[in-house]
Design a protein around this ligand. Sequence first.
Ligand SMILES: Cc1cc2nc3c(=O)[nH]c(=O)nc-3n(C[C@H](O)[C@H](O)[C@H](O)COP(=O)(O)OP(=O)(O)OC[C@H]3O[C@@H](n4cnc5c(N)ncnc54)[C@H](O)[C@@H]3O)c2cc1C
Length: 554
Amino acid sequence: MAELEELELTVRGMTCDSCAVHVTKALKSVEGVKDADVPGWQWARATVVAEDGVKAEAVAAAVREAGYSATVKSRKPAGGPAPQDGRGGSQFDLMVIGAGSAGFAAAIKGAELGFKVALVEAGTIGGTCVNVGCVPSKTLIRSVELYHLAGQHRFRGVHTSPGRINWSEVIAHKDELVNDMRQAKYADVLAAYPEITYIQGRAKLTGQNGVEIDSRPYAPGKIIVTTGAEPWASPIAGLNEVPYLDSTSALDLKELPKSMIVLGANAVGLELAQVYARAGTYVTVLEVLPRIAPFEDEDISAALAEYLEDEGLRVVPNFKTTKVERREGRYILTGRKNEAEVTFEAEQLLVATGRRPNTAGLGLEEAGVKLGQRGEILVNDLLQTHNPYVYAAGDVTGRDMFVYVVAYAGMLAAENALINAGRVYDTSYIPRITFTDPQIASAGLTEVQAREQGYEVRVSTLPMVHVPRALAARDTRGLIKLVANAAADQLLGAHILAPEAGEMIQTAVLAIRFGITLSQLRETMFPYLTYAEGLKLAALAFEKDVAKLSCCAG
Ligand SMILES: Cc1cc2nc3c(=O)[nH]c(=O)nc-3n(C[C@H](O)[C@H](O)[C@H](O)COP(=O)(O)OP(=O)(O)OC[C@H]3O[C@@H](n4cnc5c(N)ncnc54)[C@H](O)[C@@H]3O)c2cc1C
């Protein structure tokens, strides 16, 4: 007989007693569900007893079909044993493999729960974010942005001549920040957790809960794999025969090239393309898909492409590279655009076509951990792999490659592995930022996704020219697009293109996560002249012509 599990759900959109009845009925209709309890519509929650393996998505879909929305917050064995302590009779209760952001979060959570933890690192402590990701890229972006602003006619109407950027100084400042932050946020942090033993070495799984680190065997109670990902290049003829930049080496280029081709127009490619263009390199961005920022809202992609072109970047979507060559110190990329053969040429080539999980040589499959087609570790919604002793979190799972998501995943995996907490990995409100200027910030569903999921969709699009803060800053580039569930008056997605979009999105994230209605957003005070006020104006734009509003979005 199948084991039974108890699932705790958050349910949104219930407004009366009969809603609770409808949700109960919907939950009971899911195959494998044995019982469902909705204590009352006011509580916005439900408990389900179901056969082990009933998918969280199936439960959420049934509630959605009934006109409400639900997310599974946790799952645990029904009437099962009290949380276990995860001790395996070994020196360590938990071994975390990979000391990046996911690994640190998992190890710290394990220590806070009172367990003995080993944190293993083969390379540099801190992993991608601090060494070759978020930190170096964002400080380069900021340095070049300041230089760019100084040369703008439109900024306060004053024209200053910035002169030539001192690139080697910019790179030296970046290195200084990386070193300081690695020390402060990773190396020094370990000292505060005596329960964590840091082991420098390359780990490999050797069985159900066996690990070998540089030939030394261990048998920890549980294992969390957080080995991250590395730059990956599309298979293109000739590419393997030439040296090229990836996101890591592009953050450390000692001299500015005169021209550069950036292959791939997702977040990393676009951010670095603009950095180099603003520093003085002639940049061509090539993207195989029909638009840049291909996974963002279409209106946002189109607007950003225009802004980048206005700045002098060449943006070429729909280009399929078929051959890469290097002649006389230059890169020649040949490919097809709209059936015609086209060639691009530049002094440097940056390949930003994605990242691949670090799973090779880890002994995973031999230990019963299954991998997906891109080498990513397959996990269930508790982040447990097919080997019950092994969990995985972060970029190595091949999804949601943002540092705050991997840290959340690391903590969740530790709680589930060590105290059987039954916490479910929730991706319903993840904010995504592309740090171009203007920035793209989004959360929740795009208009297309919302329609595909069968919602009754309403959309409000507000150009930034209606946001007083943007007018005052003399920079009205961008737009805000809100996607709403008309039936529930709730936000399903928010998509912003604006200079400070990353700061604005959090209001929308809270609204999506906690089911704040559009009416509540409209009735909430937002401080005048702030970019965040744009969210309120966009919410008002569902009902009113915002061009006719007086001060403070009345
Ligand atoms: C250019 C760039 C810019 C980015 N900008 C942002 C941003 O602005 N905001 C944001 O949220 N995210 C950003 N990201 C993404 C973010 O950096 C990653 O999602 C995050 O750092 C991944 O963390 P992780 O712990 O999963 O993996 P990592 O940080 O990569 O850690 C994995 C660690 O495991 C180690 N390891 C591998 N194999 C073994 C082994 N066998 N034994 C022991 N150790 C091993 C590795 O050496 C590494 O240190 C950016 C990424 C890049 C590349």
